[in-house]
Ligand binder design. Structure first.
Ligand SMILES: Nc1ncnc2c1ncn2[C@@H]1O[C@H](COP(=O)(O)OP(=O)(O)OP(=O)(O)O)[C@@H](O)[C@H]1O
Ligand SMILES: [Mg+2]
Length: 325
């Protein structure tokens, strides 16, 4: 049994303008200490998956189908008090997209880290501040930062604090949602290395969410490529990056500028991602797919297994595939 097993997850937003099918039958696994990368264009449902895993889908959203098992226990069957008591921050925590700009301005960094230790773990104030200093040290910040306020920190330092906060209750899984966006390149590199070190040293499993495939390639053991609320390709990073099978993954990889080697003309994917209130019939990628044929307009392809742990959903690949996820 995997540490985390997500099956056919459906999370919809019930807006007055219609139902946004933000996550529609998504399945994946995460083993202890493993890093999964979740990639895809803006609006494809990456953050919605993360919110679902923490039981924090904002209204008017809710989980309407599927299961999320952590250590075999399905959190979609748990009420809020049970999730709060047993799961959130303790088993699975999150570095929210843009969190470094959401640190509470009126409290010191020390207070913001120590408070959950006093509240959740019953530590004394002294113990909690000692532990907060240790946590800051583990993200490369000295104990002087305990007494500082968020506005006295650089962007990179704030992101380190936010990472420390996700580690406070020693979770088994940390979700990092766009952990390097809005940081300059050198600081991005430092944050990636910090997350890698935490993963290695503490054996914490991670889900790293980004539209930046080079970040995912640097960090992830395996990767899920999302398009319009679905996973279209899923497999070991070296397989997906070196031998992508789904036309969408192929186009996405062609759209990354290469640092080394001959300069190629950058491809871009024509068209827009679909409106998730009314996704295209058949394969959701068909309006933008250069290989689309009749069947793609009419039928919805399933994820099929192409090779050990490598899956994709495309009719062109169906003959290669055996079984599903
Ligand atoms: N609170 C909400 N109310 C209604 N629709 C929402 C809400 N939050 C997200 N959505 C919709 O759900 C879909 C998925 O959004 P989500 O934020 O999960 O995408 P994302 O992949 O994380 O995008 P980005 O890369 O821009 O962060 C989008 O169509 C979005 O408009
Ligand atoms: Mg997002």
């Amino acid at each position: 049994m995997a540490l985390l097993e997500v099956r056919d997850l459906q999370t919809y937003f019930y807006t007055i303008r219609g139902i946004v099918k933000a996550v529609d039958k998504v399945s994946f696994d995460l083993e202890k200490g493993e890093v999964l990368g979740l990639a895809g264009e803006s609006g494809c449902g990456k953050s919605t998956i993360a919110w679902s895993l923490l039981g924090l889908v904002p209204p008017p959203g809710r989980i309407v189908g599927g299961s999320i098992k952590i250590d075999g226990n399905d959190i979609t069957k748990m009420g809020e008090p049970e999730i709060r008591r047993k799961i959130r921050w303790k088993k699975i925590s999150m570095i929210f997209q843009g969190a470094m700009n959401a640190l509470t301005p009126v409290y010191t960094i020390g207070y913001q880290i120590a408070e959950p230790l006093i509240y959740h773990m019953g530590l004394s104030k002294k113990e909690a501040y000692e532990r907060a200093a240790e946590l800051l040290a583990s993200v490369g910040l000295s104990k002087e930062f305990l007494n500082r306020y968020p506005h006295q920190l650089s962007g990179g330092q704030k992101q380190r604090v936010v990472i420390a906060m996700a580690l406070v209750l020693e979770p088994d899984i940390v979700i990092a949602d766009e952990p390097t966006t809005a940081l300059d390149v050198v600081v991005q590199y430092q944050v990636i290395n910090l997350l890698k070190r935490i993963n290695r040293e503490k054996k914490i499993a991670m889900i790293v969410i980004s539209h930046d495939l080079s970040l995912i390639a640097q960090m992830a053991d395996k990767v899920a490529i999302m398009y319009a609320g679905r996973i279209v390709e899923y497999g070991p990073s070296e397989k997906v990056f070196n031998d992508p099978q789904h036309p969408y993954t192929q186009l996405l990889l062609k759209a990354i500028p290469r640092l080394r080697g001959p300069k190629e003309k950058l491809a871009y994917i024509p068209g827009q991602p679909p409106d998730l209130r009314n996704p295209p019939t058949g394969c959701r990628f068909h309006p933008r797919c250069p290989f689309a044929f009749d069947r793609c307009y009419k039928e919805d392809p399933e994820l099929v297994k192409l090779d050990k742990n490598h899956y994709a959903s495309c009719f062109l690949l169906e003959e290669k595939g055996v079984g599903g996820l």
